[in-house]
Design a protein around this ligand. Structure first.
Ligand SMILES: [Zn+2]
Length: 402
């Protein structure tokens, strides 16, 4: 392993050309966060662009971030690592359930931001074996009202049905209260139909209500969504805004970066596919979010393999490396310690003035910025560069190992 010498510095956004780096229109004063505030809560020096991103493009990037933060496994990581105690919000967009030993039944829940604890959704189990139990965290005096709402929805057929074959075996069909809406959740259509038929014949005057004090047996399952394209766009957005911060907006508006601009802000957000995690993580190989390698250059002719410098990142850390390899501008991006994205942003004849690194450590709540060391009077931070990438990087920057 070879090492290169880096030094910390404080990047400053350049105001020279107040044009939006995404659409080229003039950008009014605004504030675009390179890393979503939701993933850097409490950071004292979160990097932002105030002059180089217009409101419209910032909103489009915001929608993309919102998708990633609501539906992917990052939604849970956010609640576990980045949320301040007392913050509002839940992981309601991710259907989750745990197996309760006391109930001998799967229980639908979400993570509550304020208390960092499992919150059980109000649900009425429909299978005959479950004794038509109403599970809820509401106070006992509200049981009759909750039951009557659900029973009325059953009579009037005023509910939505959600079939999810990926639910765990043994999951009883049930009605779920989702705010104003009532949802019938089941593993299969036939289970849903059978449970409705059975429920229609039950006298619901007195459903059994159980106040929740359910212990998790350690068995749990989460139904996230994953889209490689959305994830790559999310990473490319941060990388490109980092390029603007480090080298200015005019650089980003060069024709050689047209595909990056289009890729991030053009097109619809994909709905993605379901990935299921159990208590040990991804349930099978197809549920594992994989690293991304993407050539976003205009001609998409970057050499493969290319000397990518993969950041070393602990769980929860964000790292962006921005560097040049013989005329190709590359970004390696790690968000929250997830598998890295390597993006070729420009080339074959784009250049960078330096090798830049941005790191966010969530335990210190601080962003740190580094570039190659030129000043002998300041402390040096060595960065490990894998052997097969080193000669390409060193040659590009005319450097020697330290
Ligand atoms: Zn714009």
């Amino acid at each position: 392993m070879d090492f290169l010498a880096f030094q910390q510095f404080e990047p400053q956004e350049r105001k020279a050309s107040p044009s939006c780096i995404w659409c080229g229109d003039s950008a009014r004063k605004n504030r675009a966060h390179l890393i979503s505030r939701k993933l850097s809560t409490g950071a004292r020096n979160a990097p932002t662009l105030q002059f180089n991103v217009c409101e419209g493009c910032n909103a489009r990037c915001g929608d993309l971030e919102q998708w990633v933060l609501r539906f992917t496994p990052l939604s849970w990581v956010r609640f576990m690592l980045y949320l301040r105690p007392g913050s509002k919000g839940t992981t309601r967009a991710v259907p989750s359930c745990f197996f309760s030993g006391a109930m001998n039944e799967w229980v639908v829940f979400h993570l509550d931001g304020a208390s960092h604890s499992y919150a059980v959704a109000t649900q009425l189990l429909l299978s005959p074996e479950s004794n038509h139990t109403l599970l809820t965290e509401e106070a006992p005096e509200s049981y009759p009202l909750l039951s009557s709402r659900i029973v009325a929805a059953l009579r009037n057929k005023a509910f939505r049905t959600e079939i999810r074959e990926s639910l765990p075996a043994g999951f009883s069909p049930r009605f779920l209260l989702e705010g104003e809406h009532i949802l019938l959740v089941a593993r299969t259509t036939s289970e849903a139909e059978a449970s409705i038929e059975h429920a229609s014949g039950v006298d619901w005057a007195t459903p059994t209500a159980t106040h929740i004090c359910l212990k998790n047996t350690g068995r749990e399952q989460h139904h996230f969504r994953w889209s490689r394209v959305n994830w790559a766009r999310f990473c490319a957005k941060t990388a490109f805004e980092a390029l603007c911060l480090f080298e200015g907006g005019e650089k980003c508006l060069r024709p050689g970066f047209a595909l990056v601009r289009d890729f991030v802000t053009g097109g619809e957000i994909q709905s993605g596919r379901e990935v299921v995690f159990d208590e040990k993580g991804p349930r099978s190989a197809r549920d594992v979010p994989t690293p991304v390698f993407l050539d976003l250059t205009v001609r998409q002719a970057a050499p493969q393999p290319i000397a990518a410098v993969l950041p070393h990142a602990e769980a929860g850390m964000h790292v962006v490396n921005l560097y040049e390899v013989r005329g190709w501008v590359l970004a390696s991006v790690v968000v929250a310690g997830f598998p890295p994205s390597v993006l070729v942003l420009g080339g074959p004849d784009e250049h960078l003035g330096d090798f830049y690194q941005m790191i966010y450590d969530y335990q210190k709540c601080t962003f740190e910025f580094a570039r190659l060391a030129y000043d002998r009077s300041k402390p040096i931070v060595p960065m490990a560069i894998p052997g097969d990438s080193f000669s390409d990087i060193a040659e590009t920057y005319r450097l020697k190992s330290v």
